[in-house]
Design a protein around this ligand. Structure first.
Ligand code: CMC
Length: 391
């Protein structure tokens, strides 16, 4: 008597209307508000892209200035949060800290976040985008036992994040323009990707009218897994485990083996059945950054060889498995000095703008209803209660 479509993993279910991001998976095209990701990565900065995702248009000069001012106004976190960090073990995974700390923001903005008020929604959005670099950098600082660095609003978004991550109070931190540009581009490439697991999680959490800071914490939790944002960390660990070109075939063989759970990390995508356009930009950027920094990392050569061998292999060709955004990002982040455990944190930082834009779009959608998937029940039919001495 029940009528619904059974669709595990939501491979064929559209859950919402959205004007933010378009993906053509067969062609390998990604557009934000109609603009190609390649063009945004080349010509824009992360503030342009954030404004675009939130407001639908690229900002004029004055709109951009006002937006940057609104974001920098909120870069500090409540000093009390400083103590919250200190409750974590020093060796906690920074993603675990992110889930906790961002969730805790809801306790600071519990009463002021009236999601029915567009002004409050905008402030919550700005706060999240502004505070994420501070929180991410502090998660790192805590793990290495260095003092927390406060934001400096004379710096741009990426520079400020680098300053809070790699700077120390003892000396002036000189931001390298190469690093800052590379960081900004990585943020752009991760800004949004329509209804992936973490974004859908944010929308589902938010569909009940929940506090937006708590919803973003839910998104961070979902992103953490190796099938999603955790893949960038997993790719680097995989490359390190392979270690040498001679061992690539062994790992390719394992990836193809149905009885072996091993998968080639950074390969395959639910929507892209072609080269992920973000991976192309990332690969180019990887070469540029490594050569500008004078880093010669054998892992880059190993990654390119692995890609070449996989793309010529029948298994990967027939299943249309191509490198995704996570395949090359880890090598750049490693060259920039980030430990592997921070990779997914950077993804979360950048994706926050996408989550916030999608959350806002959902709340403002007149057709919005609480998300409530159905199920195919496969358990017992009704049966008589069994008293304890009969069990
Ligand atoms: N290595 C080996 N085989 C693979 C891989 C891989 N990386 N990805 C998919 N396959 C196979 C899979 O075994 C399945 O084979 P069969 O049809 O014979 O059972 C077929 O390809 C389809 O895979 P699926 O798991 O049904 O596809 P999905 O859409 O459910 O999963 C995915 C997509 C991204 C989770 C998956 O490709 C994967 O696990 N990739 C590795 C992890 C990764 O790189 N994730 C990052 C995704 S992109 C950015 C992000 O979201 O963070």
């Amino acid at each position: 008597t029940e009528h619904f479509t059974f669709d595990p993993g939501f491979t064929s279910t559209g859950s919402c209307e959205s004007k933010i991001t378009y993906i053509d998976g067969d062609e390998g095209i990604l557009l934000h508000r109609g603009y190609r990701i390649e063009d945004l990565a080349e010509h824009s900065d992360f503030m342009d892209v954030s404004y675009l995702l939130l407001h639908g248009e690229l900002p004029s000069r004055s709109e951009k200035l006002a937006f940057e001012k609104a974001i920098t106004y909120h870069t500090m976190v409540h000093e009390q949060l400083n103590y919250f960090f200190r409750g974590f073990r020093r060796d906690a995974h920074p993603m675990a800290i992110m889930v906790g700390v961002v969730g805790a923001l809801s306790s600071f903005y519990h009463d002021s976040t009236d999601i029915g008020d567009p002004h409050q929604r905008m402030i919550a959005s700005h706060r999240l985008i502004a505070k994420m670099p501070t929180i991410a950098a502090w998660a790192y600082k805590y793990s290495v036992g260095q003092p927390f660095m406060y934001p400096r609003n004379s710096l741009n978004y990426a520079e400020n994040f680098l300053q809070m991550t790699f700077g120390v109070p003892a000396e002036e931190y000189k931001v390298s323009p190469t690093l800052a540009r590379a960081m900004d581009r990585i943020f752009i490439l991760h800004a949004d990707h329509e209804q992936n697991a973490s974004t859908s999680t944010v929308r589902i959490a938010g569909s009940s009218g929940a506090n937006p800071f708590a919803c973003i914490a839910a998104g961070i939790a979902s992103l953490w897994g190796p099938a999603h944002g955790g893949a960038n960390e997993a790719v680097l660990l995989m490359l390190q485990e392979i270690g040498h070109k001679d061992r690539i075939h062994e790992f390719i063989k394992r990836a193809k083996d149905k009885d072996d759970p091993f998968r080639l990390m950074g390969f395959g995508h639910r929507v892209y059945k072609n080269y992920d356009p973000r991976a192309k930009v990332m690969q180019k950027s990887c070469h540029e950054v490594l050569s500008e920094l004078g880093v010669d990392d054998p892992l880059l050569e190993l990654a390119m060889e692995l890609e070449k061998i996989a793309l010529e292999d029948d298994y990967f060709v027939s299943k249309k498995l191509f490198p995704n955004v996570d395949f090359y990002s880890g090598i750049i982040l490693k060259a920039m000095g980030f430990p592997t455990t921070m990779f997914t944190v950077l993804f979360a930082l950048a994706r926050t703008v996408g989550w916030v834009a999608q959350w806002k779009e959902m709340i403002e959608d007149p057709n919005q209803r609480i998300s409530r998937p159905r199920q195919l029940y496969t358990g017992y039919a009704e049966r008589p209660y069994k008293p304890i001495d009969k069990r």
